[in-house]
Ligand binder design. Structure first.
Ligand SMILES: NC(=O)c1ccc[n+]([C@@H]2O[C@H](COP(=O)([O-])OP(=O)(O)OC[C@H]3O[C@@H](n4cnc5c(N)ncnc54)[C@H](O)[C@@H]3O)[C@@H](O)[C@H]2O)c1
Ligand SMILES: O=P(O)(O)OC[C@H](O)CO
Length: 325
């Protein structure tokens, strides 16, 4: 199955590396000339994944006409740009493997819902899980959820992408797989705040557990299955992203916890911290679904400039409740 990757950021590049493992030709579409030039000339994405040698069988392009011969498209642009990019891509009825983690502002749509709206003839799959791009691109062991409702397509994609250090676990729960990835980014900001404000490891563990509870409530309300949320794309990714400064979302939270403003922290970032855009959308989507998400509300307050101490006091002073309701 010939693969093209749409999006030349860190994750798109790492997935191109996965798909090109056996020397198969892979086309990587990128917006930035610096990316296409460095990938083609030096086999490196010097903008988003510097210092990691890439397979010479990856060919980068800025021209969407070059993906014409691909049999499946891995779509790896940030969630808030997905609609504008997918509007330009000549998808036809080719499978779309959606790899962004976020919820669209304005519509509250998950990425697969946006893709189905724009390209109703294209089957969709979601690839998600605990996957720092720089580790995947280096070939370090990684496992992901590959969700697709079509059993035969899921098996073909899983086989095509799997390798000795990249394990794909199949699932038919597309909504569950993408909700875990979108919500964990918001919760990772909260865990970063705990780190930045020096609130301790007990607080971080509490946030991971209570954050997982609210991820599950929201995921089930939007049609996901609890076991998917407890798997690689939910709990697995939550644990990774909430425990490492390598996470862009966690590091954004560290800055907030140190008292910096979101505007200041996001101003000169070239890379994406999806949780910052997802948090207010998730708060609205949770309200619409009648789901209580106190950690998400706290992250929104922090992004909006409420002081850390005030947000923590508000979280801790809520009425006591049973743990499992
Ligand atoms: N980096 C990772 O480790 C990782 C792992 C798994 C999933 N993801 C997800 O993959 C998605 C892409 O993240 P990334 O890490 O590859 O990005 P990145 O931070 O490395 O790069 C930013 C990307 O945004 C694109 N971009 C910027 N402005 C744009 C615009 N106006 N229109 C279209 N595209 C624009 C850039 O071209 C680039 O591809 C995100 O949803 C992220 O959550 C990332
Ligand atoms: O750097 P982050 O916070 O966007 O996390 C990257 C991946 O989503 C981890 O699975």
């Amino acid at each position: 199955m010939k693969i093209a990757v749409i999006g030349g950021g860190a994750w798109g590049t790492a997935l191109a590396q996965v798909a090109a493992r056996g020397g198969e030709p892979v086309t990587l579409w990128a917006r930035e000339d610096d990316v296409t030039t460095s990938v083609n000339a030096r086999h490196e994405n010097s903008l988003f994944l510097p210092g990691i040698p890439l397979s010479p069988s990856i060919r980068a392009t800025g021209d969407l006409a070059d993906i014409a011969d691909a049999e499946a498209l891995l779509v790896v642009v940030p969630a808030q740009f997905l609609r504008s990019v997918l509007t330009q891509v000549p998808v036809e009825c080719r499978p779309l493997v959606l790899c962004a983690k976020g919820i669209e502002a304005g519509t509250q749509k998950l990425v697969a819902e946006v893709a189905r709206e724009l390209h109703p003839d294209a089957p969709v799959a979601v690839l998600s899980g605990p996957t720092f791009a720089h580790e995947v691109a280096r070939g370090l062991p990684t496992a992901v959820t590959l969700a697709c409702e079509d059993d035969s397509l899921r098996e073909r994609l899983a086989e095509r992408l799997a390798g000795p250090a990249f394990r794909t676990y199949g699932s038919s729960d597309v909504a569950g797989a993408e909700i875990g990835g979108a919500v964990k980014n918001v919760l990772a900001i909260a865990c970063g705040v705990v780190e930045g404000a020096g609130l301790g490891l007990n607080a971080r563990a509490a946030l991971i557990a209570r954050g997982f509870a609210e991820m599950t409530r929201f995921g089930v309300a939007r049609g996901g299955r609890p076991e998917t949320l407890a798997g690689l794309s939910g709990l697995g990714d939550l644990v990774l992203t909430c425990s490492s400064i390598n996470s862009r979302n966690f590091s954004l939270g560290v800055g907030l916890g140190q008292g910096k403003s979101a505007a200041e922290l996001l101003a000169d970032r070239r890379t994406v911290a999806e949780g910052a855009a997802t948090a207010p959308v998730l708060r609205e989507a949770a309200r619409a679904a009648g789901v209580d998400m106190p950690v998400t509300q706290a992250v929104c307050a922090l992004l909006e400039g409420t002081p850390v101490g005030q947000v923590v006091d508000a979280l801790l002073s809520r009425p006591l409740r049973e743990e499992h309701v």
